[in-house]
Design a protein around this ligand. Structure first.
Ligand SMILES: *Cc1c(COP(=O)(O)O)cnc(C)c1O
Length: 678
């Protein structure tokens, strides 16, 4: 058995330490090896008392790494003592003690909302220490306890903490009244968590006497139960009932799935508590880490206020506030926001608007769409139609509509006899020739600006995007940028178009818009295009499109919180050194003979593997080299997902340099291992 219980009080002086002592004794009495940890203590000798009375051999420095002399709130006490609390040190000490004992009893300080540093409470400490720990809440017996107990349980639960139970502590000799007798029952009824019992008033701390006093009134059996692993049952049901996206299910059912159960920061945890680095931001969406406090709170508050109301015929508060902010942060001219729920729908909307714009404007011959070879804009039929990845296109060839596909340089493989980056501009010359001749029938041109993600993180030379925008303007073509992947800081700026000061007519946003929390998308549209839809009702110039959950308030609240975090945490500013650091770390991969190309823009990275570096001969796709590398990385606790022969690294923007290094190290190791075997 390996377990951690975090003992917190509903208030100070409720008898937390006595409760910890009693629990320790009861556990020892059942033959369990118990350790104690009191990360912060202000005055008193609780840690020493626990060490001595439970006979724990660990040094007091480990049992209590932070001690302040004054009996004050820890943040104030340590500040006055000019001591800074190092969360990492607490974490390390915790891991050491946890490894050493069967059960570790961690005692907090005061209650859950007691601050121990700036913006950091006991609650945060509990969440950070271990996603698997369970709380034990120590409550007074008397009047006022119901409120405090229920608030504490609620707060713990809302923060994703497991509550193992409430333990009442009778810390006074006062005569017991009705409230003392009835409170535990009422708390149990409302809290929905087990009540472990009541520690009676202890006249002496002599172990045998304490055990005798608690024998009848405290029941720790539920604490000793180990939860059976859910893995097997869940894996079987998954294979029976889930059809996974972009997955050959025949392969899937023959493998053991990783089943994610919780997440914190840049880590994902599976049902057995195994930890993985989220190396692809949960498929390119997460920005500030998982369980980000401000976003969690914002969503929770919104849920209780308004979960959903339609934008068809009504409006709602978060949708309005968010529209304003999106208009403010996107390039000038994009004044209108059309909400939907995925990248694909944001693109569907963009192309329908661009098409109808010309219909409404009387230029009815402008109907065709131009897109790039290797483009990816989503999986619905409209977005597949303007997709250039043949594999996806081919499967649905009779369903998709005709488009103009523009050949384009992929930055790594220019055709024979051509050189990069000149070839990219040559492609643009061809685009211009096309426009010169056929602009009268072309409605719009759509691109993923700077980085073509799904095609394998293909990146463009400087000046290409700018030139595209100029050509569209010159030949009166709607310029649509799909920033679904590149938006919200991924390339180092809020939006990729900012790198070249480009102002598109339409911009598609999704993925990072809610920082990876909820499905939401926005199609940003210029006023000029919007105005073409204004007319008398009977003219039927309305945009006939809408999704049921358009502008969902919870999703919009998440997006608002996302933008708030960008401002508060100075995310973009703090990202710059990490981008440079990552660039330096990636240089090592050049030493691997089968690494053909290393591409990076901001926090988007593609490492392309080739059979022969000189000829750039690719690995045959059947060899699944990328899949193998990612499977290898998983063995060391890193989640990656390749794009064919390209290994993608796209961690949350909030990742620390230290974790970034670990991520790169594991990737490097996995690559060399797999290539050696190949
Ligand atoms: C992911 C992606 C999409 C599709 O978004 P979904 O939310 O999966 O529909 C569209 N465009 C780009 C550039 C993307 O990366």
């Amino acid at each position: 058995m390996k377990k951690t219980f975090f003992i917190t009080g509903t208030d100070t002086d409720v008898g937390k330490t006595v409760a910890t002592y009693a629990l320790g004794l009861l556990l020892q009495n059942k033959g369990v090896d118990v350790g104690v940890f009191k990360p912060v203590q202000c005055s008193g000798n609780d840690a020493e008392f626990l060490k001595q009375s439970l006979g724990i051999p660990d040094p007091i420095k480990e049992i209590n790494p932070y001690f302040a002399k004054e009996p004050l709130s820890p943040n104030v006490a340590f500040y006055r003592q000019k001591m800074r609390i190092d969360k990492q040190k607490i974490q390390r000490t915790y891991e050491t003690l946890k490894a050493r004992h069967e059960v570790l009893l961690v005692e907090g300080a005061g209650g859950l909302m007691v601050p121990i540093a700036r913006d950091y409470c006991i609650l945060d400490l509990a969440r950070d220490l271990d996603p698997d720990l369970a709380m034990i809440i120590v409550s007074r017996l008397g009047l006022g306890t119901i409120n405090h107990s229920l608030l504490t349980v609620k707060q713990a639960r809302y923060n994703g903490l497991d509550v193992a139970g409430i333990l009442f502590s009778d810390a006074s000799l006062k005569k017991k009244g009705v409230s003392e007798r009835t409170n535990p029952g009422i708390v149990k009824q409302f809290a929905g968590v087990p009540v472990l019992g009541t520690i009676p008033y202890l006249k002496s701390f002599e172990p045998r006497q304490v055990l005798r006093s608690c024998a009848e009134t405290v029941n720790i059996r539920s604490l000793l139960k180990t939860r059976p692993s859910q893995r097997e049952r869940l894996a079987a049901t998954d294979k029976e009932n889930i059809w996974h996206p972009f997955t050959q299910m025949q392969d899937w059912v023959n493998q053991e799935p990783v089943i994610i159960d919780r997440a914190k920061g840049c880590y994902l945890y599976d049902v057995d508590g195994r930890r993985y680095i989220d190396g692809i931001s949960s498929l390119w969406v997460n920005l500030h880490g998982h369980a980000q406090k401000a976003i969690d709170e914002s969503i929770l508050c919104q849920v209780r206020k308004l979960a959903h109301s339609t934008l068809l015929g009504l409006s709602n508060t978060p949708a309005i506030e968010l529209a304003r902010q999106l208009v403010d942060i996107t390039p000038k001219g994009l004044d209108k926001v059309f909400y939907s729920d995925s990248g694909s729908t944001s693109v569907e909307i963009a192309i329908k608007i661009a098409y109808q714009y010309w219909q409404n404007s009387g230029k009815t011959r402008k109907t065709r769409l131009v897109h790039l070879a290797n483009s990816y804009h989503g999986d619905t039929l409209g977005s597949v139609s303007i997709g250039g990845i043949d594999l996806f296109h081919q499967a649905y060839k009779d369903l998709v509509f005709e488009t103009i596909k523009l050949d384009f340089c992929d930055g790594y493989r220019a055709p024979a006899g051509k050189k990069y980056p000149e070839y990219a501009f040559e492609c643009l010359d061809r685009f211009e020739a096309l426009l010169k001749k056929e602009h009268g029938t072309i409605a719009a041109f759509i691109v993923e600006p700077l980085v073509q993600g799904a095609a394998g993180m293909l990146m463009w030379p400087k000046g290409v995007l700018k030139r595209m925008a100029e050509l569209c303007k010159q030949y009166d073509i709607v310029f649509i940028v799909d920033e679904v992947a590149t938006g919200f800081g991924r390339t180092g700026k809020m939006f990729a178009v900012e790198h070249e000061h480009v102002r598109p007519d339409i911009m598609c946003l999704a993925k990072g818009i809610t920082a990876g929390y909820l499905p939401l998308a926005a199609t940003m549209v210029s006023r000029k295009i919007y105005d073409a839809f204004l007319a008398d009702y009977k003219e039927q110039k309305t945009f006939f499109h809408g999704h049921t959950y358009t502008g969902n308030p919870i999703c919009c609240a998440a997006a608002l919180a996302n933008l708030e975090v960008f401002r508060k945490e100075k995310t973009l500013e703090r990202l710059q050194p990490k981008i440079k650091y990552l660039a330096r770390e990636l240089k090592r991969f050049n030493a691997i003979g089968n690494v053909g190309d290393i591409r990076q823009k901001g926090m988007m990275v593609g490492i392309e593997l080739v059979k022969d570096r000189d000829t750039k001969e690719p690995y045959p796709w059947e060899e699944r080299i990328g899949v193998k590398v990612c499977a290898k990385a998983r063995e060391k606790g890193l989640i990656l997902r390749p794009l064919g022969t390209v290994i993608v690294i796209m961690p949350p923007l909030a990742i620390t340099a230290k974790l970034l290094k670990e991520l790169v190290d594991i990737t490097y190791w996995a690559l060399t291992e797999v290539l050696r075997e190949a």
